[in-house]
Design a binder for this molecule. Sequence first.
Ligand SMILES: [Zn+2]
Ligand SMILES: [Zn+2]
Length: 268
Amino acid sequence: MITADYHVHSSFSSDSDTPMEAMVEKAISLGMDRICFTDHMDYDFPETYELTFQFDVDAYFDKLSRVAERYQHDIKVLKGIELGMMTHLGNRYHKLLSDYPFDFAIASIHLIDRLDPYYPEFWKNKSSKEGLSLYFSSILENIECFQDFDVFGHLDYIIRYAPDKGTGFSMEDYREILDRILKTILSYGKGIEVNTAGYKYGVHPNPHEDIIRRYLSLGGHILTIGSDGHKPEHFAYDFPRLETVLKNLGVKEYTVFEGRKPISLPLC
Ligand SMILES: [Zn+2]
Ligand SMILES: [Zn+2]
């Protein structure tokens, strides 16, 4: 059983109004051992969007410490963050991660050419394949100049919002760029996350199992698991379903982080 959700949002994320306590209580009710909050920090998010995706880090640590202490006999509460990458932000994120004792840092891309692929505007005059190709190129560009993360988040998630909703996705169409991304992540000794939010959108977990398979075949072994839940009902979303997928891929362990150090846990 997967007993740790390592991608969880709370009201510190501008797209969630869930108190941390509600998420923790949901986790305890499901018999989980660990919950890692990874609230959104997207520096320089364009003001054209309503949401800011930034939070007060001192207040975040203060709240996390109090919540961790309150529930310490029932569950371990970890201090993570989801960083929204853009190539000019590396130094600022590096400083943030140096200044605070985070347990875990996810690097994600939520903007391509300053457009959020969640909204149709990004997809205007673009096929699914063109949008995905731009996105994968942006990942490579970003990770070539920023290494201070633990896992890369939801690697192919924009498929959820693509015009074809990922129905035409084949890893072969992007093999070269995906190989370069995976090999770069591996060269840093970093990992990838498997994010179950794709199931909510009727698509596969992110990344697609073919990409996970390729990551494993290249020697990758750091795999964290996260629901990306922004509400308690989405905490640990479809984890048993993912567990079956991972076992079928031959995965025997998954990874959690403490103090930015990986720890392997058995899948069964
Ligand atoms: Zn994200
Ligand atoms: Zn997220």
